[in-house]
Design a protein around this ligand. Structure first.
Ligand code: PEP
Length: 250
């Protein structure tokens, strides 16, 4: 089975309703052939239903950026996996570095969210990646390995068929410091080794591994040319349809 290539955008906590609608329309109208790549956007919860309904059948997949791990209950301010699914989302982003490091999410809760995604029919995109001090101490691989093992605890080979992993070194997110294609490829190849160790060669080979961290139209092609980089997760440069489309076609 061939590995999919996915170009995903993370709008973070940006955009008014009007901007969300106009950006979605511009993406649908302008994305073109995209060399057989898939396009997805992770939008703020309040826009999810409308953006998903606008995008249905138009080759633009939609996900939310976070959810809680319970079906329902007294969890003020949270969205449940049932709500994400009911809004029309295909994907759910889990363990983004801003969830880990701004909101203090630990691997245990991230693992519970991954399990909940499967329970309620969502496709998880799991983010992993090391902090600057861990990178400087040569611990990138160790951190990624530990996160993969902890966050995927209890997940089966079958479930992994609809998993996407995004390697996002925290030092590269929103900083303008992109990892070179060689640095990213080295970590991606290692993550694939870990996934192969955990789930076997067949599964390890097909899991799409996306890179994220200061991706722009001018560095996207170099990253995508690497053997184990199967797509991109783009924050800032996904906010404008033009630059996101340029990245998707790079
Ligand atoms: C992100 O939000 O996942 C991200 C990678 O952001 P940026 O592209 O702005 O670094």
């Amino acid at each position: 089975m061939a590995r999919r290539t996915i170009i995903a955008g993370n709008w973070k906590m940006y955009k008014t309703h009007e901007e969300a609608v106009s950006t979605t329309l511009a993406l649908i109208d302008g994305k073109g052939g995209m060399k057989g790549r898939e396009m997805a956007i992770f939008v703020p919860a309040v826009f999810a239903r409308e953006v998903a309904s606008m995008s249905k059948g138009k080759g633009l997949d939609v996900g939310m950026q976070n959810m809680y791990n319970q079906k329902e209950g007294a969890f003020t301010g949270e969205n449940s996996p049932v709500m994400v699914k009911d809004a029309g989302c295909r994907y759910i982003l889990i363990g983004h570095s801003e969830r880990r490091h701004v909101f203090g999410e630990k691997d245990e809760i991230i693992n519970a969210k991954v399990r909940a995604a499967y329970e309620f029919g969502l496709e998880p995109m799991l983010c992993i990646g090391e902090l600057l001090e861990e990178y400087e101490a040569g611990k990138s691989k160790e951190v990624c390995r530990n996160q993969l093992i902890a966050d995927l605890r209890g997940i089966t080979v079958d479930q992994m068929k609809v998993m996407t992993i995004a390697y996002e070194p925290v030092w590269a997110i929103g900083t303008g410091k992109v990892a070179t294609p060689e640095i990213a490829q080295n970590i991606h190849a290692y993550c694939r080794e870990v996934l192969t160790e955990l789930y076997g060669k067949e599964t390890g080979e097909i899991i799409p591994l996306l890179y994220g961290g200061s991706v722009k139209p001018d560095n996207a092609a170099g990253l995508l040319s690497q053997t184990d980089i199967d797509g991109l997760l783009v924050g800032g440069a996904s906010l404008k349809a033009d630059s996101f489309i340029a990245i998707a076609n790079a």
